[in-house]
Ligand binder design. Structure first.
Ligand code: COA
Length: 643
C-alpha cells in the first residue's frame, strides 16, 4: 500500500507531503502515515523547519467521514500529533489551497505559520454532520481569530474565502505559490530565531466581550435540543474562554465522542454519503465521461423554463430560450433581469456580472434555433398531445448526440421519448418546485446511462441535487407526497385540524418538516373537511392523538418508499432520502424517511401499519418491508442485486 504521507528532504528543509485522493481526508491510516513522516522530521536535526503540503486538488478537506462509523475510531492519535507539531522546536508552516475544511483547518492551526493561495476556502463544516470540530478546532480557532468569528464559523458551518480568512488572521499571508512562500517563511523563521507562535498558549483576543455571544449560543441550543451539536459547541467555546487549554481539550473530546453516536449525526452522515451515491449511475462503462454541455436550449418560457434559464446563466452556460408567444418571452426576460437586479441590490453580484449573465440568455420564437444545443429542456405545459408534438419536432431539430429532457410531473416519459425517435437521448426532469434544490431525473426504458450521467452532472453545476427515478406516476417525490397528502385529508375528515396536523409534522419531537402538509401540499380548510365527512358518513372524532397523526403521516409514506424500491423506481434506499431532504423539506438530521423508518424499527412501522389496516381497508403493507421487518433488517441496507 503506498504511503499517504511522506517526508521529503529539500536540502535542509523538510516537506511533509500528504497524498490521499480525492480530497486528502484524514483516514486513520493517513494519520498514521503523517505521524510517521513527522517523526522522521523530528529525528532529523539537520532540517531547519518543515512545510506541510498536499498533493492533488486540495489541502486536507477534513476527517474521513467514512471512518467515523468504525468502532475503533478515535480522534486521539491525530490530536496527539497536532500537539507534537505545535510543540516542535523548529518552525512548521502549512501551504494551503483548495477547500481547507474541518481537520484541514485544525492541522493548519497546529502549525506556526499559515500561507494560502488566493481562491482557497476555509470552513468548519462539522455542524452540518451534527458534530463539532473534534481536533481542537473549538480551542485553537477562538484563540486565533476570536470567539465571535470562531462561533460564526463553527456554528454556521459555512466556508469563507481566503481574503476573509486573511482579514480574520486565520492565515498569515496569501501567495500565488503558497508552497514556495511557505518554504521561504519557514527559512526566515528559522534564521530569525523569533519565538514560534503556538496558539494553545494564547487567550482569545475578544475573551472579555464573549459572554453575550456565549449566552446567545446557549439559548439557541436550548431552543433546538434535537441538534445537540449546538450545545456542545457553546460549551466547548465557553471552555476556550474560561478554562486552560488542556481542560478545553477534554470538554471538546467528550462532546465529540457523544455527538458521534448521536442519532442526528448518524443521520446527517447518512445523507452526506447518500447525496454522493445518488450521483452514481449504474451501468456506465469504465471511465465514462458526461457528454459536454456548452450550449443549452430551453423550450417554453413559463415559470419552469425561466427558472432553469436563470440557473444556467448563473453557472455561465449560454441558453437559447424558445417560445412561440412574444409575451411569454418578454415576461421571462423581465423575470430574469429582475432576479439578477435583486442580486445586484443585495451586493451579491456586480452590475457587469449581471449584464453578462443576462446576455447569456437569448430568446427566440424559432425551434430551429435549438439545432446547436447540446441539451434541450422542454418545459411546455403538462399536456400529452402538446408534449408529443414538441418531442417529435425536437427529434428532428436537435443535433446528433444532443439530449432531450422533457419536464414531466406525471406524464409517461417513455411515450414522449418514443415520439422523439431517439429514445436513448431522451429522459425526463422534474423539480419539486423550480426554486428548490432537487431535480428528479427520469430514466426512460431506453435512456442511455451516459445521458443520465450528463444531466446529473449538469444539475450539480447549477447547484441542484439530482436523483434518478424510473417512470411511474409522480416519480419518487410526488408519488410519496400523494400518499402523505391523502392521509392529511383523511385525518382532517376524521376530525384533526390542519393546524394540529402541521404542528405534528413540523415539531422536531415528531418529524421536524420545514412545512406541514397543509402548507406544503394543499390549502386545506376545516370547513371543507366537515362538509365532506358529513357527505361520506365519516364520524369525526372529538380529538385525535398527536402520535396517531405522526404515524399516519409518516408510515404510509415509508410503505410507499418500500414499494418504490421493490419496483426498481429508485435504485437505492438513500436516493429516496435525498429526494425528501433536498426537495420536500424533510429534516436532514432525521436522515430522510427511509433512514427514519430504520431508526424507529421496521417491526414497529409494520405493526402500526397492520393496526391501521384493520381499521381501514385501503392500507396494504409492502411485502418487501414486511419481509425485512421479519428478518430484523434495515430498509436502508437493502440493495438491488443489479446495482
Ligand atoms: N471524508 C470522506 N470522504 C470524503 C470527504 C470526507 N471528509 N470529503 C469528500 N469525500 C469524498 C466524497 O464522498 C466523494 O467520494 P465519491 O467520489 O466516492 O462519491 C469524493 O470525496 C469527492 O467529494 P465531492 O463532494 O463529490 O467533491 P466536491 O469537489 O464537490 O467537494 C468537498 C469536495 C471537500 C468540498 C466536499 O466533499 C465536502 O464538503 N466534504 C466534506 C468536508 C467535511 O465535512 N469535512 C469535515 C469532516 S468532520
Amino acid at each position: 500500500m503506498p504511503k499517504r504521507a511522506e517526508l521529503i528532504r529539500e536540502g535542509d528543509l523538510g516537506v511533509l507531503r500528504i497524498d490521499n485522493p480525492p480530497v486528502n481526508a484524514l483516514s486513520p491510516e493517513t494519520v498514521v502515515d503523517i505521524a510517521a513522516a513527522f517523526e522522521a522530521f523530528e529525528a532529523d536535526q539537520s532540517l531547519v523547519g518543515l512545510v506541510i503540503e498536499c498533493a492533488g486538488r486540495t489541502f486536507v478537506a477534513g476527517g474521513d467521514i467514512a471512518s467515523f462509523d468504525q468502532p475503533s475510531f478515535s480522534t486521539a492519535p491525530f490530536n496527539t500529533l497536532l500537539a507534537r507539531i505545535e510543540a516542535a522546536g523548529r518552525p512548521v508552516a502549512a501551504a494551503l489551497f483548495g477547500t481547507v475544511l474541518g481537520g484541514g483547518v485544525e492541522l493548519a492551526l497546529a502549525c506556526h505559520i499559515r500561507i494560502a493561495l488566493p481562491g482557497a476556502r476555509f470552513g468548519m463544516p462539522e455542524i452540518t454532520l451534527g458534530l463539532l470540530p473534534g481536533s481542537l478546532g473549538t480551542q485553537r480557532l477562538p484563540r486565533l481569530i476570536g470567539v465571535e468569528a470562531a462561533a460564526v464559523m463553527i456554528s454556521g458551518g459555512k466556508s469563507i474565502a481566503s481574503d476573509e480568512a486573511h482579514a480574520l488572521g486565520l492565515v498569515d499571508a496569501l501567495a500565488d505559490n503558497p508552497g514556495a512562500a511557505a518554504r521561504e517563511a519557514v527559512r526566515h523563521a528559522a534564521e530569525s530565531g523569533a519565538p514560534l507562535r503556538r496558539l494553545s498558549a494564547l487567550s482569545p483576543p475578544d475573551a472579555a466581550a464573549a459572554e453575550a455571544r456565549l449566552a446567545q449560543m446557549k439559548a439557541d441550543a436550548a431552543r433546538r435540543p434535537h441538534l445537540p451539536a449546538l450545545a456542545a459547541i457553546a460549551a466547548s467555546l465557553d471552555a476556550a474562554v474560561h478554562r486552560p487549554f488542556a481542560e478545553g481539550e477534554a470538554v471538546e473530546a467528550s462532546a465529540f465522542r457523544a455527538l458521534l453516536a448521536s442519532p442526528a449525526s448518524r443521520a446527517l452522515r447518512h445523507v452526506f454519503f447518500a447525496e454522493r451515491a445518488a450521483r452514481r449511475i449504474p451501468g456506465l462503462p469504465e471511465g465514462a465521461r458526461p457528454r459536454g454541455v456548452l450550449q443549452v436550449g430551453v423550450l417554453g418560457a413559463g415559470e419552469m423554463g425561466t427558472e432553469m434559464s436563470i440557473a444556467f446563466a448563473n453557472a455561465n452556460i449560454s441558453v437559447t430560450m424558445v417560445d412561440a408567444a412574444d409575451a411569454a418571452l418578454a415576461r421571462a426576460r423581465a423575470a430574469i433581469d429582475e432576479t439578477l437586479a435583486t442580486e445586484v441590490s443585495r451586493g451579491r453580484l456586480s452590475e457587469a456580472e449581471a449584464a453578462l449573465r443576462s446576455g447569456l440568455v437569448r430568446g427566440t420564437k424559432h425551434v430551429s434555433e435549438l439545432a446547436d444545443a447540446d441539451i434541450v429542456f422542454e418545459a411546455v405545459s403538462e399536456d400529452m398531445p402538446l408534449k408529443l408534438d414538441v418531442a417529435c419536432k425536437l427529434g428532428v431539430v436537435c443535433k446528433a448526440g444532443a439530449i432531450i429532457a422533457t419536464s414531466a410531473s406525471t406524464l409517461d416519459v417513455n411515450r414522449i421519448a418514443a415520439a422523439t425517435g431517439r429514445p436513448r437521448d431522451c429522459l425526463g426532469v422534474n423539480a419539486s418546485s423550480p426554486t428548490h434544490g432537487l431535480l428528479e431525473v427520469v430514466r426512460g426504458a431506453e435512456t442511455a446511462a451516459d445521458a443520465l450521467q450528463t444531466v446529473v452532472h449538469l444539475a450539480s453545476r447549477i447547484g441542484k441535487t439530482a436523483v434518478v427515478s424510473g417512470v411511474c406516476h409522480g416519480f419518487i417525490g410526488a408519488r410519496m407526497a400523494e400518499v402523505y397528502a391523502r392521509e392529511n385529508d383523511a385525518l382532517q375528515l376524521d376530525g384533526a385540524t390542519p393546524e394540529q396536523i402541521d404542528g405534528v409534522a413540523e415539531n422536531p419531537q415528531w418529524i421536524g418538516m420545514k412545512m406541514g402538509p397543509s402548507g406544503m401540499l394543499t390549502a386545506a380548510r376545516t370547513a371543507l373537511a366537515i362538509e365532506l365527512a358529513g357527505r361520506h358518513g365519516v364520524a369525526r372524532r372529538a380529538s385525535i392523538p398527536d402520535r396517531e397523526i405522526f404515524e399516519r403521516l409518516l408510515y404510509p409514506m415509508i410503505n410507499e418508499a418500500a414499494e418504490i424500491l421493490a419496483e426498481g423506481i429508485a435504485w437505492r434506499p438513500g436516493d429516496i432520502d435525498v429526494v425528501w431532504t433536498a426537495g420536500y423539506g424533510f429534516p436532514a438530521w432525521r436522515g430522510g424517511p427511509v433512514f427514519m423508518a430504520d431508526e424507529i424499527g421496521l417491526r414497529e412501522v409494520v405493526a402500526r401499519l397492520d393496526h391501521y389496516a384493520r381499521l381501514r381497508n385501503d392500507w396494504r403493507v409492502s411485502p418487501l418491508m414486511r419481509r425485512l421487518a421479519e428478518r430484523g433488517e434495515r430498509l436502508s441496507d437493502w440493495r438491488r442485486d443489479k446495482i
